[in-house]
Design a protein around this ligand. Structure first.
Ligand SMILES: Cc1cc2nc3c(=O)[nH]c(=O)nc-3n(C[C@H](O)[C@H](O)[C@H](O)COP(=O)(O)OP(=O)(O)OC[C@H]3O[C@@H](n4cnc5c(N)ncnc54)[C@H](O)[C@@H]3O)c2cc1C
Length: 583
């Protein structure tokens, strides 16, 4: 009990051993899962090196104020990425134990079974839905309501359904308009038996004690970290500069350890040896950066930057995929949206008090409750969903993976010029889920503290523009349907329903942005595949058997889902693979 309570057991680089069995680089979404699963065995020494901190104050865990956009921004890293010629956009990543799971939007979407069956069909052994399903379940501690049988109940990561009654009046209107357009209301986005097209209620990674359930809080809570402190060392505020890879006497390559440095610029470096493996979990924008800094990647690029080529591997930093889309904002009655919180100070005070005292209210309930998922070829000329055949209703088939999502948030930018402050507002976010465009992550210099060069290369494949236009027209038709049903809504910033392709493109070119689901930059695929792979089916870097990558960068193809649940399932499975390899 305070003041005798122990603090969270973090270490400085100077407090580390010279050698560990496993070194996990990056204590983010995937890194915390792996650390927990390896430490549970109690037989290996495990080091986690994380560039951010282990802070866990009220603001770091309250669902809303920990979300990057409403946070103090201390647990995020932001950089400007190229979208296309002459246009940049902000991309974000998490920093600190839990990584991006401590700042994200908390949507818990596994993706449809077809997503993973497509991985399986492309030859990725052990990665189809039936194999991954137990790993989703092992992660999940779904606690509300108790009637849902397809979730895990006893996993560390708490997940819940949205409230039975819609929190925001505008959600009810969107659901009703969607149903009129043929998108059936589906109570659970993660129910594999439902078709992949419909209006889905989103489940959230929030805990029974009314906080965010990041992988930090779920997998490495203080009690666990203290109980395992002898063998599990959590080195925070420390950057890994490179992985050391050497040629063995037999001519094969081996990761011998990592070079780390206190995150304060100018600090001295230290080498820490790995007895068994180094596992890189730095996220899809940073894992390829670390491999490149370590001399693993396309030879031409390494030579340009002046880094000696240790192992030529073309795929490192290629095949970058992301979900991009274009927010459109509309007015709605003020009490139907979350905007009331910002325009009515007394209401904000009341909601802060309710959350502080009872853990309920507008600070607890998230501003995104539903999404439409569908496919462009399921839509008729009015943007209504066609009658689906029995085969089209089967979400296990890769051919039925959705390629469009219309996210919905009961909030909008009230700083928009001319915003009418007597009204509320909401956003629709038409999104491309199966992009064909491919981007890259490259080094800007050989200094590990410099940000990478990220080229999202959006819309370079013409098919993506066609899908984005269709998604935008579906969103506009949805609003027109709400309007026709008598709901008081009007545009704040949106194209006209009857906009020509050129007018629509002008809007999309001005406002398109990233939805932060970067993936596939260290793709799981053969190294000589058409889109070259970096890791094999056991997530080992091709040619360096004791170096693995485990995070969103290994997805063979981006799932048509928000990416935290897929990352966590991949990390749970990776832990089993590592343990089996150690036997
Ligand atoms: C703003 C935002 C909102 C999102 N909302 C959602 C959502 O609602 N639902 C959803 O499913 N997905 C969401 N996502 C995406 C999802 O959260 C990520 O795909 C997922 O968390 C990525 O996990 P990861 O393990 O790949 O990387 P991360 O969780 O980013 O982990 C990487 C870790 O490595 C550390 N690191 C990096 N480099 C080094 C180094 N050199 N040395 C030491 N440490 C290092 C970082 O600090 C970080 O902790 C969102 C993403 C963002 C940015």
């Amino acid at each position: 009990m305070w003041p005798f309570e122990s603090s969270y057991p973090q270490r400085r680089p100077s407090e580390l051993q010279a050698e560990y069995d496993y070194i996990i680089v990056g204590g983010g979404t995937a890194g915390c899962v792996l650390a927990r699963r390896l430490a549970e065995e109690r037989k290996w020494s495990v080091l986690v090196v994380e560039r951010g901190d282990a802070r866990d104050g009220w603001l770091d865990k309250s669902p809303l104020f920990s979300t990057y956009q409403f946070s103090d921004k201390k647990h995020g890293v932001s950089l400007q990425a190229r979208m296309w010629e002459g246009k940049k956009v902000e991309v974000l990543g998490g920093k600190g134990l839990g990584g991006t799971s401590r700042i994200n939007g908390m949507q818990w979407t596994r993706g449809v079974p077809g997503d993973y069956n497509a991985w399986g069909e492309s030859g990725r052994e052990g990665w189809s839905y039936d194999t991954l399903k137990p790993y989703f379940e092992r992660a999940e501690g779904h606690w509300n309501p108790a009637t849902l049988t397809h979730y895990g109940r006893n996993g560390p990561l708490q997940v819940e359904a949205p409230p039975q009654e819609y929190r925001w009046g505008v959600t009810r209107e969107i659901v009703d308009a969607s149903e009129q357009m043929g998108f059936a209301l589906c109570n659970d986005v993660n129910d594999a038996k439902l078709p992949s097209s419909g209006c889905f209620l989103l489940h959230l990674s929030t805990s029974e004690d009314n906080y965010r359930s990041s992988t930090f809080r779920a997998y490495l809570p203080k009690a666990f970290a203290l109980a395992h402190r002898e063998k599990l060392h959590l080195c925070t505020n420390t950057v890994t500069r490179k992985v050391e890879v050497e040629k063995t006497a037999s001519g094969t390559l081996k990761a011998t350890g990592v070079i780390i440095q206190d995150a304060k610029p100018g600090s001295s470096t230290r080498f820490i040896a790995a007895r068994k493996e180094v596992i890189v979990c730095c996220g899809a924008l940073t894992s390829p950066k670390l491999l490149l800094l370590s001399g693993i990647g396309p030879a031409k690029h390494l030579q340009e930057i002046g880094i000696p080529v240790v192992h030529e591997l073309e795929g490192v930093g290629s095949n970058l995929q992301d979900h991009m889309g274009t927010p459109m904002s509309f007015y709605a009655p003020i009490w139907d949206t979350w905007v009331a919180l910002f325009l009515k100070p007394w209401w904000l005070i009341w909601q802060v008090l309710r959350y502080l005292i009872f853990g309920v209210g507008w600070l607890r309930d998230y501003y995104m409750e539903t999404s439409i998922y569908t496919r462009a070829d399921y839509l008729d000329e009015n943007m209504d969903q066609k009658q689906l055949t029995e085969k089209q209703r089967d979400a296990t088939l890769p051919e039925n993976i959705p390629d469009i999502e219309i996210m919905f948030g009961a909030v909008c930018d009230i700083m928009h010029p001319g915003y009418d402050k007597t009204k509320g507002g909401y956003n629709l976010l038409p999104t491309v889920l199966r992009p064909q465009s491919r981007g890259t992550v490259r080094l800007s210099s050989s200094d590990p503290l410099d940000p990478p060069v990220v080229d999202l290369n959006y819309l370079s494949a013409p098919a993506d523009r066609v899908t984005l236009r269709t998604a935008a027209r579906l969103a506009l038709r949805l609003v027109a349907t709400m309007d026709a049903r008598g709901y008081a809504t009007s545009p704040i910033r949106a194209p006209a329903l009857d906009a020509s392709d050129a007018e629509l493109d002008a809007f999309l070119d001005a406002d398109t942005q990233s939805f932060f689901h970067y993936s596939s930059t260290c793709r799981m695929a053969p190294r000589d595949a058409r889109e070259p792979g970096v890791v094999d089916d056991a997530l080992r870097v091709h040619g360096v058997p004791n170096l693995r990558v485990c995070d969103a960068s290994v997805f063979p193809q981006i799932p048509a889902a928000h990416t935290q649940a897929p990352v966590i399932a991949v990390a749970e499975r990776c832990a089993d693979i590592v343990k089996a390899a150690a036997k």
